[in-house]
Ligand binder design. Structure first.
Ligand SMILES: [Zn+2]
Length: 314
């Protein structure tokens, strides 16, 4: 009987240290006398001494082991090693098999996704979000509930870490953060262990790196203006939009003194007119920000600075 779980399931829900130790046991051929019996796998794992281990075919965490950890009804490395054996059947683990994602990182690769790829990513995100569910169970299910949150965040960490950097993927990340935030504030998710909160903070860091690699990634941050989030994670992103109030003023709202600001009164430097991006909608916010920022400075025509300038004339 084949296991009803795969390597991803184990990788995303077992803590990293236990997974690494289980991989070492597996790779050093410490899983012996493997047998498949009545919906269970049985094996002898050669640890500091031989341990008889049983793991269910339907759940890798429904298992017994003779070791100290296992006797305390805690998942141990021997159980995980047997579960890996059930999946890989003695075949070697690839680097990809062994790669774990316990936090989102920036891929550093500036590139675009196709429309199809974008849709696929959104689907994967939605699947992973299902693990980040409300808590309604009795307290004895607390640990398995926390594991589910961890699994969801680890699955998301993999998706995020493999994304190329551009404005569209920045947009996906901002949407993801807002969805997680909604789950924490209104969705009944009990994040007492801070798993989801930590994931949010790490993803905010990823977004900051995005902006360093591609300044237009700041554009989707606009969605965060005026939001009240669960622990103020959006603040550092709003700082990147820089001088948030000035930016709002530019949008034709009001300045600090309550005076409406006329967008048209903002000078358009000659440099902007010569730029390839002049008039491009998706660049407008950053361009306006840059222009607004330098208003009132002497000789804007000559002194205007823009790091994103690209000449129309090649
Ligand atoms: Zn054990």
């Amino acid at each position: 009987m084949s296991p009803k779980y795969d390597l991803d399931k184990i990788k995303f829900s077992v803590d990293q240290a236990t997974f690494a130790k289980a991989v070492a046991l597996y790779e050093n051929h410490r899983v012996t006398k493997f047998e498949n019996l009545y919906g269970n796998y049985s094996a002898v794992v050669l640890g500091s001494q031989p341990y008889q281990v049983r793991v269910s075919c339907s759940r890798y965490d429904e298992a017994d082991c003779e070791c100290y950890v296992g006797q305390n009804e805690t998942l141990c490395k021997h159980m995980v090693a047997v579960a890996i054996y059930a999946i890989k059947k003695g075949k070697s683990l690839t680097d990809k098999d062994k790669k774990v994602f316990d936090q989102p990182v920036c891929s550093g690769r500036v590139d675009e996704l196709t429309e199809k790829e974008l849709e696929a990513i959104k689907g994967l995100i939605t699947d992973s979000m299902k693990y980040i569910k409300p808590y309604n169970g009795p307290s004895r299910l607390w640990f398995s509930y926390q594991n589910s949150l961890t699994e969801g965040c680890n699955r998301l960490a993999k998706i995020v870490s493999e994304l190329p950097v551009d404005q569209q993927t920045a947009n996906i990340l901002v949407d993801l953060l807002l969805r997680l935030d909604k789950k924490l504030t209104m969705g009944g998710v009990d994040d007492s262990d801070g798993t989801v909160g930590c994931f949010i903070e790490e993803t905010v860091q990823v977004l900051k790196e995005y902006v360093e690699l591609d300044s237009s990634c700041v554009v989707p941050f606009k969605k965060l203006i005026g939001r009240e989030t669960c622990f103020g994670w959006e603040e550092s992103l709003l700082k990147i939009i820089d001088k948030q109030k000035k930016w709002r003023n530019m949008q034709g709202y009001f300045n600090d003194d309550g005076q409406p600001v006329d967008m048209k009164a903002i000078e358009m430097p000659e440099l902007c007119r010569k730029c390839r991006k002049y008039g491009a909608k998706d660049e407008e916010i950053i361009c306006n920000l840059n222009r607004f920022d330098q208003q009132g400075e002497t000789e804007i025509e000559h002194d205007f600075i823009c790091g994103a300038f690209e000449s129309k004339v090649k």
